[in-house]
Design a protein around this ligand. Structure first.
Ligand SMILES: Nc1ncnc2c1ncn2[C@@H]1O[C@H](COP(=O)(O)OP(=O)(O)OP(=O)(O)O)[C@@H](O)[C@H]1O
Length: 284
């Protein structure tokens, strides 16, 4: 593996911080241990599909020879559990082993919500659709089971580890200060990639991994992620900026708008977006 783990960390001692179970999904809200199953599917029956199929040819990794089917999302719809506001409207997405996908879209278009629903976040309720991960019904798994099955999700605001967790491990309060808790946004992102490196995963969902990173940190993180890629694992990254895609090259770029994927193309779609704005890639 072409990854130098210590280079990802704020300090080398963070490498020995309490590690999470395999593929643990991190939430910024309630502890993963307390997550309930409200994000499981509430009722079945996919709605009409609106997404465009992946292109046959693409420039990035995984574009020409697809591996086994890893993730299949069909007609995924979801509401915010509390308000019942619809946030995902029949999302379709297919990811094979060895592929890199990027999701781009306006602020508030539903990108983070999509990643959270896949991870099983309790703030959302699935109201329709089917999600298969490695041949299993993902929507029937609780968040812990999803992470154990090989789904790693890194969120926009990396989690802080609460003090009670330190007590469980008989560690001094404050051990994590400056390493994880209280670290800068960029340092936390590096720590998250370290977790990814240590834990391994079949599908890594990276939500705005580039936000808050200076140019050197972005290169470090991108290099680390590229070093973790194998023909068997895949990445789904959410980003606003094409610069990330210069370092981690996707085979497929999807545009999300109003809770659905409205367009899929190769990396040239990101260029089109950068040059012409969202109107250049919008559905109409
Ligand atoms: N827990 C929640 N409570 C209330 N509104 C929510 C919640 N989660 C998502 N939303 C709303 O759903 C919509 C989609 O939000 P989401 O964070 O998924 O967008 P995004 O595409 O990731 O945006 P950004 O690019 O700004 O990160 C927004 O209107 C947001 O306000």
């Amino acid at each position: 593996m072409a990854l130098t783990l210590p280079s990802l960390l704020p300090t080398s001692s963070a490498a020995s911080s309490p590690s999470l179970p395999p593929h643990r999904t991190l939430f910024t809200g309630p502890s993963t241990l307390s997550l309930n199953r409200s994000c499981r599917r509430r009722r079945s029956g996919p709605r009409a599909s609106v997404a465009v199929d992946s292109p046959a040819e693409a420039g990035g990794r995984g574009g020409s020879s697809s591996g086994e089917l890893l993730l299949e999302v069909r007609g995924l719809s979801a509401v915010i559990a509390e308000s019942k506001k619809e946030v995902l409207r029949s999302v379709d997405l297919t990811v094979h082993q060895g592929e890199i996908h990027a999701i781009m879209g306006r602020n508030g278009s539903g990108k983070s919500t999509f990643s959270k629903v896949l991870a099983g976040h309790p703030q959302y309720e699935v109201t329709g659709g089917v999600v298969t991960f490695k041949g299993q019904n993902l929507l029937d798994m609780d968040p812990e089971e999803r992470s154990h099955a090989g789904l790693f999700t890194s969120f926009q605001d990396p989690v802080e580890i609460p003090d009670p967790k330190l007590a469980m491990l008989n560690m001094e309060k404050g051990f994590l200060d400056g390493h994880v808790n209280g670290a800068s946004g960029g340092q936390k992102k590096r720590s998250e990639i370290l977790q990814l490196a240590v834990l391994g995963a079949d599908l890594c969902i990276l939500d705005e991994i580039d936000s808050g990173l200076d140019v050197d940190a972005l290169q470090d993180v991108a290099k680390a992620i590229n070093g973790l890629l194998t023909p068997d694992n895949s990445i789904l990254m959410i980003t606003h900026y094409r610069r990330l895609l210069d370092y981690i090259k996707p085979a497929y770029v999807h545009i999300m708008e109003d809770g659905r994927i409205i367009k899929t193309g190769d990396a040239s779609l990101a260029k089109q977006l950068e040059e012409g704005g969202f109107k250049a890639v919008s559905a109409t």
